[in-house]
Ligand binder design. Structure first.
Ligand code: ARG
Length: 421
């Protein structure tokens, strides 16, 4: 390799590894092209040992045995896979559900929620296996580098970080050539880069190729999870989702653990074409980017949760919470999972969600998910007070004019002042 004489990058930030000090590297390994090339490249360039860690967050159809075998063949000293689905659901998705977490009005943050967990596991395994450095496959243009590196720098200031994709200056062609030279199998054609995919229990994203042309409507091959709504069943389906204290606990009356429930919700949603989001987002690193998201589970669960929460909250709580939800989503999107403000906000989310128990029925039909039924013992609702009910109950209609008089007082005064000449 002619570029093998290129100097290794010198650190800019305090948490970046000094190339001289890199002896054993924990590589976050997906089994894809970038991290496979990286596995070899780190051994070759740094003369370092590599330990790999692959994290299962519920990406469908992944064969972890095959990934570990591949890592071993490429010279990894140790290869580990961690099934972190339960932790992900309990510690990351549960707070996200309580916060109705959506960034930019459409992105349920599945990647943003996964990264701090992946990085935390990397720290634990790096320490346990005597590594001095953590390597990841994020590019220099995305949010994921921020999320992973901020986590490592926060939790393990003694560990260094390297991000080879940011510095090695290989395009896809060079990477494929490097892979061929080093006996790394390359999936798919060499010429057409595949979509860049990230996926877990809470959703799937695709980036790259035609998605970067903003006026290019989605090509069908991008949808690997959700049935295009045009081809979804003609028969609608109503699914009922039961919550206890803000957490979904049963689907159509059947109680199940959260991981299982989210997998089942995804299955039902995707069958009905639910959860396609074509999204332009403001990245934390300045760029705007278009993503195609497939988020069937998140769409179902968040639609139901939001509805139930509004039913049990007062008008004041509901208005206040919208602002907190938005703040929470921004912090998590921005990679600041460990920021104390996030925990502070969670305390409020938990307090509000103490009341969020009940059942919501959602009707799924060709891409839409619409709430059709609601019930909760904590609903701040009394059918006897409803608009067309005969009985007065607590509500006295004769008190209304007095309320209107006082409620509109300042507005009336200001109107008169501004319109008096
Ligand atoms: N745009 C989303 C985010 O910033 C999804 C990123 C997907 N990551 C990936 N490596 N393809 O969270």
């Amino acid at each position: 390799m002619s570029d093998s004489e290129h100097a290794l990058p010198q650190p800019t930030a305090s948490y970046e590894a000094d190339p001289e000090q890199v002896g054993r590297v924990l590589l976050l390994y997906s089994g894809g092209l970038d991290t496979s090339v990286m596995l070899k490249w780190i051994q070759e360039r740094y003369g370092a040992e590599v330990v790999t860690l692959t994290v299962n967050l519920g990406q469908p159809g992944e064969d972890y045995g095959v990934i570990e075998e591949k890592a071993r063949r490429l010279g990894a000293l140790e290869c580990r896979t961690v099934d972190a689905r339960e932790d992900f659901a309990r510690d990351f998705l549960t707070p996200a559900i309580k916060a109705n977490a959506l960034y930019g009005d459409g992105y349920p943050l599945f990647t943003a929620l996964g990264r701090p967990l992946i990085a935390k596991l990397a720290v634990e395994h790096a320490r346990a296996s005597g590594c001095d450095t953590i390597a990841h496959g994020c590019t220099g243009k995305g949010n994921d580098q921020v999320r992973i590196e901020a986590t490592i720098a926060t939790l393990a200031p003694e560990l260094g970080v390297i991000a080879p994709v940011r510095s090695w200056q290989m395009g896809r062609e060079e990477e494929v050539a490097y892979a061929r030279e080093h006996g790394i199998p390359v999936k798919g054609g060499t010429e057409v880069a595949p979509y860049s995919i990230d996926t877990n229990l809470w959703g799937r994203s695709s980036e790259g190729r035609w998605i970067e042309d903003l006026d290019h409507a989605p090509e069908e091959d991008v949808f690997q999870l959700v049935t295009p709504p045009e081809r979804a069943p003609d028969q609608a389906q109503v699914v009922s989702i039961e919550f206890e204290r803000g957490v979904p606990v049963a689907l159509d009356g059947e109680r199940m653990g959260l991981v299982e429930l989210l997998e089942a919700a995804a299955q039902i949603g995707q069958r009905h074409g639910v959860g396609i989001v074509d999204h332009i987002e403001d990245r934390i690193v300045g760029l705007k980017v278009r993503d195609i998201y497939e988020v069937p589970a998140a769409t179902l669960i968040l639609t139901a949760h939001k509805e139930l929460e509004r039913l049990v909250g007062t008008i004041h709580q509901n208005r206040f919470k919208l602002a907190l939800d938005e703040q929470w989503a921004y912090l998590v999107y921005a990679g600041l999972w460990w920021e104390p403000l996030r925990g502070d906000i969670d305390a409020y989310m938990n307090a509000v969600n103490e009341q969020v128990s009940g059942t919501i029925g959602v009707k799924l039909y060709k891409g839409s998910a619409r709430v059709v039924t609601r019930s909760s013992p904590n609903a701040v609702y009394d059918a006897s007070l409803a608009t067309f009910s005969e009985s007065g109950g607590l509500f006295s209609q004769s008190a209304s004019p007095g309320f209107i008089e006082l409620f509109s007082l300042q507005s009336k005064m200001a109107w008169r002042l501004r319109n008096s000449q």
